[in-house]
Design a protein around this ligand. Structure first.
Ligand code: NDP
Length: 344
């Protein structure tokens, strides 16, 4: 079978079958095909009415499925895109807040023969998030994989006051991730997979106080209550009283604990969702050599991408991992009680 995919919209596929050449046009959310021999220049739209037609699934695999990674112009996000481009049967989007850095990353991947797409996305800008959502809605009508990778971490040498660090870290790592989810979750299709990149620092035992841990682990925790917990930490951090009240002295750690707690809440909601088989997990990618760790990690970015990509490509109707906290070796770690394996 010969297949040519032109990525400029509308997507056109040319396929040789036993019946002869078939020209296919996909416009917006409409999957179309022409069940007769046509020339390449014909792009007559005809809807696939039955999902039992073999072409339907063929097209679903190529066009209906697409994926997006936030903060992917470098580090683990870049390696995730690279790996997904070889393993994922659909369009892969590398997003970055800085268009020129993002496009440079895409052209590096193109030199390797890969075909990622690019779209600007600043997770700290709600207009940017919603612009991207509308683009995806119009072009694909849905979303199959979402990897929330973008995050920041202040260096130990940072001179900004701790309260300011706490506010900015949670803004990006927790609240902006939440914004992305609120905007893009309505696009998720049945069997969609969401990966929230957490950290070994996101294990619940990183919070010293048992009462606070109980609040994070509560089965009645909601997004609103979780955000309020996070805001409590920020308020105390601004008064430099956070350790006195049982919080750790690391904003990054609290932000990642919040991301893993959010993942559990999100899976609870997915389990009640009318869309079938939605799965979200959080992951510790390992201790990885990137800008974030000042290149002090033990793993390459490619190794760090392994568990996130595994979670992004979980097969249909799996029973586990689901709402889990997953280690870089793909094993599920008990987020509440531990123990936590070595971080690398
Ligand atoms: P990097 O600092 O190398 O990459 C972080 C990425 O996030 C960059 O692409 C950065 O873009 C992007 N980003 C930051 N803020 C925004 C924003 N507002 N909008 C869009 N993108 C943004 O870090 P890593 O690759 O190491 O980290 C990737 C993920 O892995 C993070 O979630 C991190 O917390 C997690 N992690 C990393 C570990 C490690 O050892 N490296 C260990 C455990 C977890 P820009 O270039 O524009 O700043």
């Amino acid at each position: 079978m010969k297949v040519a995919v032109l990525t400029n919209a509308p997507v056109v596929l040319s396929q040789t079958t036993e019946d002869g050449e078939i020209e296919v046009r996909i416009s917006g959310v409409t999957i179309s095909f022409i069940s007769r021999a046509v020339t390449l220049s014909d792009t007559l739209p005809i809807q696939v009415k039955s999902s039992s037609h073999p072409l339907y699934w063929f097209l679903e695999g190529i066009v209906g499925a697409w994926d997006r990674v936030t903060g992917a112009n470098k580090g683990i996000g870049y390696a995730i895109v690279k790996d997904l481009c070889t393993k994922f049967d659909g369009a892969v989007y590398l997003t970055a807040r800085d268009e020129s850095r993002g496009k440079t990353a895409v052209s590096e991947l193109q030199k390797l023969g890969l075909k990622p797409n690019f779209h600007q996305l600043d997770v700290s800008d709600i207009n940017s998030i919603n612009t991207f959502r509308d683009y995806l809605q119009n072009k694909y009508g849905g979303l199959d994989v979402l990897i929330n990778n973008a995050a920041i971490a202040y260096k130990h040498s940072a001179t900004e006051p701790f309260g300011e660090q706490a506010e900015n870290t949670h803004r990006v790592n927790y609240f902006n991730l939440l914004d992305v989810c609120h905007s893009l979750f309505p696009l998720l299709r049945p069997h969609a997979r969401v990966v929230n990149v957490s950290s070994s620092m996101g294990h619940l035992t990183k919070i010293p106080d048992q009462e606070i841990r109980n609040k994070f682990a509560s089965s009645s925790l909601t997004e609103e209550k979780l955000s309020e917990l996070v805001n409590q930490f920020i308020r105390l951090a601004k008064k430099d009283e956070h350790t006195k009240y049982g919080w750790p002295n690391s904003s990054y750690s609290v932000s990642k604990v919040a991301v893993s707690a959010l993942t559990i809440i999100q899976q609870r909601a997915f389990d009640q969702d009318s869309r079938e088989d939605l799965v979200v997990n959080s992951v510790h990618p390992g201790y990885v050599k990137t800008d974030m760790t000042s290149w002090g990690g033990h793993f390459t970015a490619e190794r760090g991408a392994e568990a996130p990509v595994y979670l992004a490509l979980l097969g249909p109707n799996i029973s586990s991992p689901k709402g889990s906290y997953v280690w870089h070796d793909k094993k599920i770690v008990d987020w509440v009680h531990g123990p936590t394996p070595e971080a690398f």
